[in-house]
Design a protein around this ligand. Structure first.
Ligand code: ZN
Length: 81
């Protein structure tokens, strides 16, 4: 019984802030036209807007951008031009 309660507390502590943030990010991405949530795109190694394609990045900054937004180089160029 004690063990179950501890698990629930841990679950709430870990899940709520992450879920809120993730939901917010997904809402933003969806509003911008994303076909999948950024977290899923990163997991699959695809672009959040174009879907499956070969991902090539110009520099370290673009790679870092992908790790946040899951946008390929072309989409980053479109968004940040
Ligand atoms: Zn793209």
């Amino acid at each position: 019984m004690k063990h179950v309660r501890l698990n629930i507390t841990t679950h709430v502590y870990e899940e709520v802030p992450v879920d809120e943030l993730t939901r917010f990010k997904n809402e933003l991405a969806k509003a911008a036209g994303a076909i999948v949530p950024p977290a899923d795109a990163k997991k699959l190694g695809i672009c959040v807007f174009c879907g499956p394609k070969e991902l090539k990045f110009r520099d370290e900054l673009s790679v870092r951008e992908y790790s946040i937004t899951a946008m390929c180089q072309e989409c980053q160029d479109k968004v940040f031009q």
